[in-house]
Design a binder for this molecule. Sequence first.
Ligand code: TIU
Length: 223
Amino acid sequence: MPTIAADPYPFAFEPTACALLIIDMQRDFLEPGGFGAALGNDVAQLRRAIGPNVRLLAAWRAAGLPVLHTREGHPPDLGDLPPSKHTRAPEGGLRIGDAGPMGRILVQGEPGHALIPELAPRPGETVIDKPGKGAFYATALDACLRELGVRQLVVTGVTTEICVQSTVREANDRGYDCLVPSDCTASYFPHFHTAALAMIAAQGGILGWVTHSDHLLPALESL
Ligand code: TIU
């Protein structure tokens, strides 16, 4: 069984029980003119995770291991959008459901809701639509992973301290071992990125393990 160098200690990678879970690499978060930019954020901070995700995804596909993608968003009637999530936005800025430069913000089917073309899912890869920050809340993700026999997750995507960390926390509570490659995740706020990764690996790996894709790629290539 390959071992991956990680914090707080090496991760015992079980390829037959491990899936790649790519969180919310959507145009609304990563492209200029999307939701993230409308909130005043610098999307360049997130875009640095694209290249490392492209390389990891290619290696993961070549190894024939399961890939799941998530998208944060809501149906056009915003039926699963809690008022609390709708109203809590920077004053005067765009809100979920409003018309933005890439269609209605975070609404399913709109251009901005789509995954970025660099990481477009392939047929056979699962895409989970999620209304919340964590990918397990109000989705079939847990059932899907159990069906696949998955016990370990490599979690990547954006943003480190919001949807990635929420998902790692939810997965950890459900008994999954999570490994997060630091270069494959990103935040609009670099200090939050650093802190969120530190929180995952702290206290003996209280939420999971943190690595770099440079440690993961050779293990995939050796399969
Ligand atoms: N996917 C995700 O992290 N959703 C967010 O809204 N993140 C922010 O950092 N705003």
